[in-house]
Design a protein around this ligand. Structure first.
Ligand code: GDP
Ligand code: MG
Length: 827
């Protein structure tokens, strides 16, 4: 049997051949097999002129054209050769089936490359499998080029290549380049990654690079005897499941596990092994964004992605790999790709203050650490020698949780206490501006707009900037130090219980800052169902825009126990998220679980500068929102509350005021009180009859079972645009009618004094603790905000966006109703 390989591109016009193998890369393979280029299929060349591209073929009765570079990736046997291989010759004619069968025999040649660190036992394995006698040695550099051997197993012929040992696939040594070229140019069917089991961490580094390359890999976990001797427990099956690569333990020097290894190779070659799965190593959001940018450009040249994974090429470019750049030189968009990579590298290096190559290496080790943390248990060293590592504590089975909860509590506590000082300063500033405009401007709609509309609205929200910056500072700090990854790690098991895994945890925590980036961060999840489930429950993570509402109401109504009340709101949000996930898991997302590696990136001491920059990025968004959405909404709410001016009052206030002022029986004090009381009443009635009052009254039937007055209803509606607007609306509505009261203080004090002016509850306080608490829950749960819905629509689809709107609002109402009604029974 001849072992020369014929490629589809070698055939001449009119030639017929049978396909034996499709090489090349994931996306290319998928496309070409969809076109009909599969093993055993007959293909005829219609036109193949020497310098012409593309080439035309006929397959399955269709004419298709392939680029020459594509045809170079399809292995065939000519019909003549297949006939020659056929064992049964029947009067000179051979039927199609026999041809196919004999052609496929040739397709049963599996090319296997042995790749691994020096001294991991590649040559030993090679010798044992092939019965050859290459030198083995306990020093590196023994194998300088590839040795090739042939062996047979079952129906299959293996061509095995023993490649030089490398620690990594870069370009620093001839060995590395040799291995790399072999994989990308000779294209073995399967790479056997020989891993020294007694030195997993270092050996798996090469594995992470093979993962990037998106090729078929089987791990031979060699030196397994050494591992057993050390009394180490290693759950290699789990590891294999997590990284999508089968792992077979071997002891090459004694020939153990070799049969199993080759049996596995056949399964993987024939695509029968279900544990084979291409995974992405998560490099963290900054690198992932950079990769995506570069990949988008790479995709424009399909010749690159036929042979190489775009992700691998992009990673290599970020590592400033010259060989890869040289490979791309011949393509039209080379300069653009190079430019994008350069820009991305500059940005990354500025952000991390380290070489981009180091950043990627760190991320790879983060992946390995995470994978081993879950699968490898080393025996306890003797007590004195135990050096406790930070990870042993932070991801400890018992201590991990209290530490996490403590840090969360600390975060909220700091948000409150540290935030209250600058908050008071800004508050005082706003009040000063308010009073100054009030006295220096002449009376009229413009003054009212500025003072009540804009300062009342925007000013009411801007005071919370410090709280929000502090919250973002803590979140950035947790991300920058690497603690967030540890938190995800300990949360992983718990998250599994609700049908998610630890990776969903980071988007969820980010949700405390702002739900919009959190929903975008779900992109790091590989599975669509996980993404959608995470998206749906993210709005229950109370974002910083809701914080002003709580801070306002808590400080007004719950002056003692502020931290505790706030914490409880957040906890209720989390509980709802969990319940929702549990229900959804049952109803819509029943699925088979795939294990993942939870990366444990190295700890970094964050620089104050970087963390502040991250915090500021987020704070900027807040300020921008202030100048746009909140400003416009404030003006709108004010306008709706200001007009119409000519309302019909239920009584003649003007006459009553005059008669009060001229009533000789009253003291000056009494006069003043009566007048101010009448003025307040008049303004309240006017506002109630304004457009916004009409709107509020229209929705009253829906909200009065919750114990709310119409102004709260209006605030809720205004919060659809952004939740901070709830506060600005309250600022406008509750400030206005107390304007004339000289004792009127801050909005806080006004809320405290507020009574129902109409209806069954007339005269009773509006903001009882019960109503306030229910209201905060409503704000927490209902319709997140327009931006979040837009994000969900973008990341999922309209269906889920609409579902989120309806679902959250319904739950909000039910929870608020239950709180108020049940609470009223108890109190
Ligand atoms: P290579 O550099 O990867 O080709 O490694 P070699 O095949 O030259 O092997 C290096 C050394 O490891 C040799 O001394 C082998 O005898 C030894 N070795 C190979 N496989 C095993 C194994 O499974 N267990 C043990 N204990 N030693 C092995
Ligand atoms: Mg060797």
């Amino acid at each position: 049997m001849t072992t020369d390989i014929t490629y589809l591109s070698d055939l001449q016009s009119g030639d017929e051949a049978i396909i034996t193998k499709v090489l090349g890369h994931g996306a290319f393979r998928k496309r070409i097999t969809e076109m009909g280029f599969v093993k055993g299929e007959k293909v005829r060349v219609i036109k193949n002129a020497p310098l012409q591209d593309p080439v035309e073929y006929e397959i399955m009765g269709y004419n298709v054209s392939l680029r020459r570079s594509e045809a170079r990736l399809v292995e065939v046997v000519s019909v003549e050769e297949a006939a020659g291989l056929a064992e049964v010759k029947f009067e000179g004619t051979i039927d199609e089936e026999t041809l196919k069968v004999s052609a496929l025999k040739k397709g049963k040649t599996i090319r296997v490359a042995l790749v691994g660190n020096p001294n991991c036992g590649k040559t030993t394995l090679f010798n044992y499998a092939s019965g050859s006698h290459e030198r083995v040695g306990n020093y590196s550099g023994v194998t300088v080029d590839a040795k090739e051997a042939v062996m047979k197993k079952d129906d299959y012929t293996f061509k095995i290549y023993d490649l030089p040992g490398t620690y990594s696939i870069t370009e620093y040594s001839p060995e590395e380049l040799y291995v790399r070229t072999h994989i990308t140019e000779s294209i073995p069917d399967i790479v056997v990654n020989v891993v020294d089991a007694s030195n997993l961490k270092r050996n798996l580094f090469l594995t992470t690079q093979l993962i990037d390359m998106n090729i078929k890999v089987v791990i031979a976990l060699n030196m397994y005897d050494e591992l057993e001797k050390k009394n180490v427990k290693f759950d290699y099956d789990s590891l294999g499941q997590m990284i999508g690569i089968p792992v077979i333990p071997t002891v090459a020097s004694r020939g153990k596990g070799i049969d199993e290894l080759f049996a596995k190779l056949i399964d993987v070659y024939e695509d029968r092994d279900t544990s084979v799965r291409h995974i992405h190593i998560n490099y963290g959001s900054l690198i992932e964004d950079a990769l995506k940018e570069i990949q988008d450009e790479i995709w424009k040249t399909p010749e690159i992605t036929d042979k190489l994974s775009s992700r691998y090429v992009a990673v290599k470019l970020l590592e400033t790999d010259k060989t890869t750049l040289r490979q791309l030189e011949k393509y039209a968009n080379y300069e653009t790709i190079k430019g994008k990579a350069k820009k991305a590298i500059l940005k990354l290096e500025k952000e991390y203050g380290e070489k981009s190559e180091t950043i990627i290496t760190d991320a790879k080790y983060g992946f390995i650490n995470g994978a081993l943390k879950e699968t490898l248990t080393e025996p306890r060293k003797d007590k004195q020698a135990v050096k406790r590592e930070l990870d042993d504590i932070l991801t400890h089975k018992f201590w991990g949780f209290p530490i996490f909860l403590f840090l969360m509590w600390l975060m909220f506590q700091a948000t409150f206490t540290l935030g209250s000082y600058p908050m008071e300063w800004i508050d005082a500033g706003v009040k000063l501006l308010h009073d100054w405009l009030q006295t220096s401007m002449s009376e009229g709609p413009l003054r009212d707009l500025l003072v009540d509309g804009i300062i009342g609205g925007v000013g009411g929200v801007i005071v919370f900037l410090p709280n929000i910056l502090i919250l973002f500072f803590f979140i950035s700090l947790m991300e920058d130090t690497g603690y967030m990854a540890r938190a995800s790690f300990i949360m992983d098991k718990l998250m599994h219980k609700i049908g998610l895994h630890g990776k969903s945890f980071i988007p969820l925590v980010m949700g405390f800052g702002c739900n919009v980036p959190a929903i975008m961060a779900t992109r790091t999840l590989d599975n669509k169902k996980d993404r959608i489930l995470t998206m749906i429950i993210t709005p229950f993570m109370s974002c910083s825009a809701r914080l002003p509402v709580y801070v306002l109401l808590i400080s007004a109504i719950f002056p003692s126990r502020q931290g505790l009340v706030l914490f409880s709101i957040y906890v209720i949000g989390i509980v709802l998220a969990i319940l929702t996930a549990l229900v959804m898991k049952r109803v819509a997302f029943a699925k088979k679980e795939v294990p993942f590696v939870m990366e444990l990136p190295p700890y970094r001491i964050p620089t104050l500068k970087n963390t502040s920059i991250h915090m500021w990025h987020k704070g900027q968004q807040y300020l921008r929102k202030m100048g746009t959405v909140i400003l416009v909404a404030s003006i709108l709410i004010w306008v709706l509350g200001y007009f119409p001016r000519n309302v019909e009052y239920s009584k003649d206030y003007d006459t009553q005021i005059v008669s009060a002022q001229t009533n000789p029986q009253l003291s000056e004090m009494q006069k003043e009180n009566l007048v101010s009381h009448l003025t307040v009443e008049q303004e309240a009635e006017r506002q109630e009859k304004s457009y916004i009052g009409q709107l509020g009254h229209a929705i009253e039937p829906v909200i009065s079972p919750l114990g709310y007055d119409w102004k709260m209803g209006v605030s809720i509606i205004s919060g659809l645009a952004a939740k901070e607007i709830v506060v600005s609306t309250m600022g406008i509505l509750y400030q206005a009618d107390l304007q004339a009261d000289e004792n009127s203080g801050t909005l806080k004090a006004n809320l405290h004094k507020q009574t129902h002016l109409t209806g069954k509850m007339k005269g009773q306080k509006v903001f009882t603790p019960l109503v306030t608490y229910g209201f905060m829950l409503f704000i927490l749960i209902y319709f997140p905000c327009v931006a979040v819905i837009a994000a969900i629509k973008k990341e999922a689809n309209w269906g889920w966006a609409i579902f989120t709107m309806v679902y959250t609002t319904a739950i909000a109402w039910i929870v608020a109703f239950a709180t108020f009604q049940l609470g009223s029974l108890l109190v």
